[in-house]
Design a binder for this molecule. Structure first.
Ligand code: B12
Length: 226
């Protein structure tokens, strides 16, 4: 099984309209998309920091109280500043975000804006189609948070590939590749154990870093981003 598509969703600061995103989150999850929901009243800095730490493919923002052109643009600017250009931004906001606003937002780098009446299936298909492709080659990490997050993703991806090998060895148990079964199952088991250890170690480092941050990533230092 490949690793699931992981996205982060949030509602901007000074906005408590969370009913749409709650429904959308559940629909994404029901379709196997991993959702990190940050909640409502979230600042640009909160959203970008969490998106980098979680190494998500995209950020989905639900915005109803205005200021969306600037807010989405600031998220994109901070992502770029942090060297996280590979994290895409999309969103919606019922009757608040107009078609003209959406044109301006796309010009500033937003992937897509969904309007009132869009079906949940359409949004899920969009995420699968646009954020489900294998990642391209990564440029060098710009912060220890980003570095750790990339390593964790690489380990998760390797682990899910290792699992696939294990299930192939299950096939061999049924006689398809009997001669290599023992060797395959040993290496599959070993890989899985190493994968577990690596994940445990990286999770520990990540949580220790969150609890005892020695330094903030440079790109997050500006007070303007909250
Ligand atoms: C429900 C609602 C509320 C509820 C919110 C409940 C909740 N927990 O969410 C309550 C009653 C609490 C509320 C309060 C307020 N509200 Co209100 N609210 C609405 C209302 C009627 C509907 C919004 C909604 O949830 N729609 C349901 C969703 C599912 O449908 P949709 O919006 O069409 O969304 C579609 C797409 O945009 C897309 N989408 C949306 N988000 C995202 C995100 C992603 C990632 C994706 C992929 C897609 C996507 O999904 C849907 C697909 O069909 C709107 C009016 C409107 N028609 O938009 C006003 C509205 C947003 N509210 C408004 C206002 C002013 C307020 C208050 C300030 C009122 C007050 N004076 O107290 C407060 C502020 C509360 C706060 N803390 O922010 C204004 C905002 C005006 C503005 N931007 O200038 C609106 C536009 C009403 C109006 N015409 O005046 N509100």
């Amino acid at each position: 099984m490949p690793s699931p598509i992981r996205i982060l969703t949030a509602v901007p600061i000074c906005d408590g309209h969370d009913s749409a995103i709650n429904t959308i989150n559940l629909e994404f999850i029901r379709h196997g998309i991993e959702v990190v929901y940050l909640g409502y009243h979230r600042s640009v800095g909160d959203i970008v920091r969490a998106a980098i730490q979680e190494d998500v493919r995209a950020i989905g923002i639900s915005s109803y109280n205005g200021g969306h052109i600037e807010f989405f643009a600031e998220v994109i600017a901070l992502l770029r500043k942090c060297g996280a250009n590979d994290i895409k931004v999309f969103g919606g906001g019922g009757g608040t975000i107009t078609h003209d606003d959406a044109v301006a937002m796309k010009r500033k780098g937003v992937d897509n804006i969904f309007f009132a009446g869009t079906s949940l299936a359409e949004m899920t298909d969009y995420v699968r189609k646009h954020y489900g492709r294998p990642r391209g080659k990564r440029s060098r990490s710009r912060s220890s948070d980003q570095d750790l997050a990339h390593k964790l993703t690489a380990t998760e991806d390797a682990y899910s590939k290792g699992k696939r090998r294990t299930s192939n060895s299950d096939k061999s148990r049924a006689g398809v590749q009997r001669s290599t079964f023992n060797a395959q199952s040993r290496s599959g088991g070993f890989q899985a154990a190493v994968g577990d250890l690596e994940i445990a170690l990286l999770c520990f480092l990540l949580s220790a870093r969150t609890r005892f941050p020695r330094q903030r990533a440079n790109c997050m230092d500006t007070a303007a981003h909250g």
